[in-house]
Design a protein around this ligand. Structure first.
Ligand code: GTP
Ligand code: MG
Length: 566
């Protein structure tokens, strides 16, 4: 979630690296297989095949519903690192069949166990003991976060291969990319390394489900859903967990009024504004999480932010969590980003690459401030892809025109309607490679008329800037808002300079082709690896070789800036 700069200090606390050691059984979800197949498809060569695959794609709602249901049947167990896996499984299987399990490490070793039936949880809880302590008092709140204890003789541990599921350090990534043979391979490899794994995604839904159990103390019918990069397809391992407390089922928003006759109505307290209701709800849930939530630490209630939230660290998972309520537009943005990411694999690859490049050069930051956010950056990539000839993705207006009656969505007066049925979306046949697109992305923004033009994925073309902010990116759904309002002129200049330098670098023969070995240190960084090496990009300034934009580009920008909003 984005916050005002005053909460910067709070954001700065980083969480310990969370290592997931997966050992799962059962088949992966069909939808994930499809996404995976999608990723490995040859880019830009088989639009028809991509379309066939896309038609089978699940909507975000369907994927979320499945994940939520799995999470409700799951438990999170703190285990000994020297535990015997077989014995552990035998012990748990007494309560019912296990669909899936995996181990990971975060402040100790944990297991996520998904039972086939919910009844197994009741059986497990019946047997679970309340810890007996002599010096401290316990908060008597039982949850699905458990600890495995062993009073018997120590077991012979069995070591499982440990798969690291945090994003690897940038130096390691650069080395890995330097060994690839083409820039397209480098770009797909970066996505493979950084994207959320299936286990990490399951863990995110499980943490939401555990939080729901706490919130249910006040609101038994609530749900807590992840949004943002945890589910939009652009999440990097280690990204924060944005959660939405959904009270729509009881808020009266979608209540049906009987047409005639008698009926009963709940008596409910009235409040001045929806914002004040959201603040009170988050305030009590924040207290509840703080005082009763096992594993939840560093709880901060940030209720005066534009979007009120409760921030905390969930230690057993290692996630930094932001819990919001009444944030439906952000849910819609998440759904839209997911849809764009599913339309063509190049979308995700390019977003991952640009996000990683921006992070490596300090264009984005985990601390809020005048930086460009990942969300803004993603919208910039989408806009660029809409501007290709032919466009790779359609405009939001086009997606709205394809929508059916069931897709209609108006949130706080904002039209958030767009098509949910992927098969209705006809893509144009653009076969540009990832390498070409990345080079063109840098060129596009190196020469973009930021001073006069607003970026709008709704229209898919530049609009006249309605305000003087250095960077104007129209909020896709709340169209009068600028999602990059926080960005100052210095940060925008840094972004543009970096685009110019990166574009220049990719045109140099010594950096745009694979390099040989480097005195026993492996191949020298080239292509994307060079782009992610701050010294390589910064070195260009020293050489004073910064290229001026071509005249054609300047004229193009000028013309762009003259275009009217209509
Ligand atoms: P990272 O957390 O940086 O990986 O990306 P993220 O996409 O999750 O961004 P963030 O946590 O900052 O925000 C979560 C979600 O809130 C985004 O995906 C958007 O859907 C929404 N969001 C973030 N910033 C804005 C904004 O300025 N305006 C609007 N309307 N929505 C935003
Ligand atoms: Mg986020």
């Amino acid at each position: 979630m984005r916050l005002s700069a005053s909460f910067g200090a709070a954001m700065a606390s980083s969480l310990a690296v969370c290592r997931l050691n997966m050992k799962g059984r059962g088949s992966l979800l069909k939808c994930l297989q499809k996404v995976d197949t999608f990723l490995h498809r040859t880019i830009g060569t088989n639009v028809v095949a991509a379309r066939e695959e896309r038609e089978g794609c699940k909507s975000l709602y369907a994927v979320e519903a499945e994940r939520q249901e799995q999470a409700e049947r799951s438990v999170l167990i703190s285990c000994h690192s020297r535990m015997n896996e077989k014995k552990f499984l035998k012990f748990l299987s007494r309560h019912g069949d296990i669909n899936k399990y995996f181990f990971y490490e975060s402040y100790g070793m944990y297991a996520v166990v998904e039972f086939a039936n919910r009844e197994s949880l009741s059986s497990l809880f019946e047997e679970a003991a309340v810890p007996s302590v002599s010096h401290e008092s316990m908060v008597p709140f039982k949850s699905r976060l458990l600890s495995l204890r062993n009073l018997g003789p120590a077991d012979a541990p069995n070591q499982q291969p440990c798969r690291l599921q945090t994003s690897i350090p940038i130096n390691e990534l650069i080395q890995r990319l330097s060994r690839e043979e083409s820039m397209d391979q480098q770009i797909t490899s970066l996505t493979d390394v950084y994207q959320l794994t299936e286990e990490n995604s399951r863990l995110r839904f499980l943490v939401c489900s555990l939080l729901k159990d706490i919130a249910a103390a006040y609101f038994p019918e609530c749900t807590i859903k992840p949004f943002g990069s945890s589910v939009n397809g652009f999440g990097k391992l280690g990204c924060d967990l944005d959660m939405f407390l959904d009270l729509d089922g009881i808020s009266g928003k979608y209540a049906k009024m009987p047409k005639s006759g008698l009926w009963m109505e709940y008596q409910m307290k009235r409040a001045n504004s929806e914002r004040s209701v959201t603040q009170s709800i988050l305030s009590v849930i924040g207290d509840c999480v703080d005082q009763f939530g096992p594993g939840c630490v560093g709880v901060q209630k940030i209720l005066n932010a534009r979007c009120p939230l409760v921030r905390f660290a969930h230690q057993p998972s290692g996630f930094q969590c932001d819990l919001t309520a009444n944030n439906r537009v952000a849910m819609k943005s998440t759904e839209l980003l997911y849809l764009y990411g599913e339309l063509d694999p190049r979308v995700r690859h390019l977003v991952f690459t640009v996000r990683c490049w921006a992070r490596a050069h300090g264009i984005t930051s985990s601390i809020p401030g005048a930086w460009i956010t990942n969300f803004s950056l993603t919208v910039m990539v989408l806009f660029f892809l809409q501007r290709r000839s032919p466009p790779i993705i359609p405009t939001l207006d086009h997606l709205r025109n394809l929508a059916g009656p069931a897709d209609k969505s108006v949130i706080e007066g904002n039209d958030c309607t767009f098509v949910s049925d992927f098969s209705k979306i006809q893509l144009q046949s653009n076969t540009e490679t990832l390498e070409k697109l990345l080079c063109e992305f840098f060129e596009f923004y190196a020469t973009f008329a930021f001073n006069s033009t607003s970026i709008s994925i709704r229209k898919g073309k530049g609009q006249n800037k309605p305000e003087v902010a250095p960077l104007h990116i129209q909020n896709p759904f709340e169209i009068s808002l600028n999602v990059s309002k926080n960005v100052n002129a210095t940060q925008l200049e840094r972004f543009v300079a970096l685009c110019q330098e990166s574009s220049w670098l990719l045109q140099q023969s010594e950096t745009n082709t694979p390099r040989g070995g480097n005195e026993g240190k492996g191949p020298a960084p080239w292509g994307l690896a060079a782009l992610l090496t701050p010294s390589k990009v910064a070195g260009i300034k020293g050489r004073k070789k910064r290229r001026r934009e071509p005249a054609s580009e300047r004229i193009k920008s000028l013309l762009e800036s003259l275009k009217t909003t209509n």
